[in-house]
Design a protein around this ligand. Structure first.
Ligand code: AMP
Length: 338
């Protein structure tokens, strides 16, 4: 007898702005294989979010394919999940417009990420940068998910997406959108830069030594971990007064699925050198299968593009139906749009 069990839906995306790294991995990608088994998943490469800051078009195209290959190598199952490139599903931009018409300037101005990015002198303050959370709300609400995995940095944006969904349903007196819950990893929700543990490990860091990239070679990983900033102490501890070693302990705990306390207990009496060697080994073991798989498929661009196209078609079939309902309740005359 066919199963009547309906899985819950989960949506997640990563911005195509730089090479994926240990923060991306521990913050979200490490869970992807499990998500794929437990939920109906929509994974997307957020190229439209990427252009809220200037991008080199050639590099954008290359990076989108790099990311597609990395997603496929990191547990995204193409049979059971939908993998696509955001710009290949035009309903994201269309729904963004409708949602931006019920979003208040004030609430968008309060977004920390907008404040930080627009405070950056080198960055032009554009409408796209300001409206980013409306597009993110559209990315999510199109698929009516129950869950959205987010890092600490995106919690505020998800909260806004939830508010927008509730406001829309209330304003048009129709339950068009479900209101999703965040999924935040308990350990290493915020992986910090290796050379500056006061700031987040990020794709756009100018110092490559601050970031361990998914595609770094083992010897590079070992070197970066050896150079990671600690302090003049000697003990392996987790303590907010010692951000460097605490960051490394949290990384180790997340990689080995251990509690922070048990990592601290395990390394009692050991020095930094032994701990750093073990940590580098853990990272190498986690990244090696991903890099191997990536190297096997990345060269076949035809394959990657075909899979993205197939994914975009599947995503569109759901996104079109949500947008049809939205247009209907908003009062747009339907028909004509493909
Ligand atoms: P981004 O593509 O940089 O916007 O990040 C997308 C998601 O990756 C975030 O919402 C987090 O889930 C995860 N992520 C990125 N950087 C980090 C980090 N340094 N620590 C933890 N999670 C991260």
């Amino acid at each position: 007898m066919a199963s009547t069990h309906k899985k819950t839906t989960l949506v997640t995306g990563l911005t195509a702005t730089g090479d994926l790294h240990l923060g991306s991995y521990l913050g979200t990608m490490k869970q992807w294989e499990r998500y794929s088994k437990d939920h109906d998943c929509y994974f997307f490469i957020a190229d439209m979010h990427a252009i809220t800051i200037p991008q080199d078009p050639k590099l954008m195209r290359k990076r989108s394919l790099d990311m597609a290959a990395l997603f496929m190598s990191s547990g995204v199952c193409l049979e059971s999940s939908v993998l696509f490139n955001q710009s290949q599903v035009p309903q994201h931009a269309e729904l963004c417009w409708v949602l931006s018409c019920i979003s208040a300037m004030g609430e968008l101005q309060r977004m920390t990420q907008y404040k930080e990015k627009s405070a950056n002198q080198k960055q032009k303050e554009t409408l796209g940068l300001f409206a980013y959370p409306c597009l993110m709300a559209a990315d999510i609400l199109l698929y009516n998910p129950q869950y959205v995995p987010v890092g600490e940095d995106q919690k505020q944006h998800l909260e806004l997406a939830r508010n927008i969904a509730q406001r829309f349903n209330h304003q048009f007196k129709e339950e068009v959108f479900s209101v999703p819950d965040p999924v935040i990893p308990k350990v290493a929700a915020r992986v910090m830069a290796l050379g500056d543990p006061e700031k987040k490990m990020s794709k756009s860091d100018v110092s490559v030594n601050n970031t361990v990239y998914l595609l770094d070679k083992p010897e590079v990983i070992v070197k970066k971990i050896k150079r990671a900033v600690t302090d003049s102490g000697t003990t392996i501890e987790y303590n907010e007064k010692r951000p460097g070693i605490s960051n490394l302990v949290a990384i180790y705990a997340a990689l080995t699925n251990s509690a922070i306390d048990s990592v601290v207990a395990q390394y009692e009496g050991e020095g930094y050198a032994k701990f750093k060697t073990d940590l580098a080994d853990c990272i190498v073991s986690a990244f090696e299968p991903i890099r191997d798989s990536y190297e096997k498929i990345r060269h076949d661009e035809q394959y990657l593009q075909t899979e993205l196209e197939k994914g975009a078609k599947k995503a569109q079939s759901v996104a079109k139906e949500t947008l049809r309902k939205v247009y209907e309740v908003v009062g747009f005359i339907q028909g004509g749009n493909a």
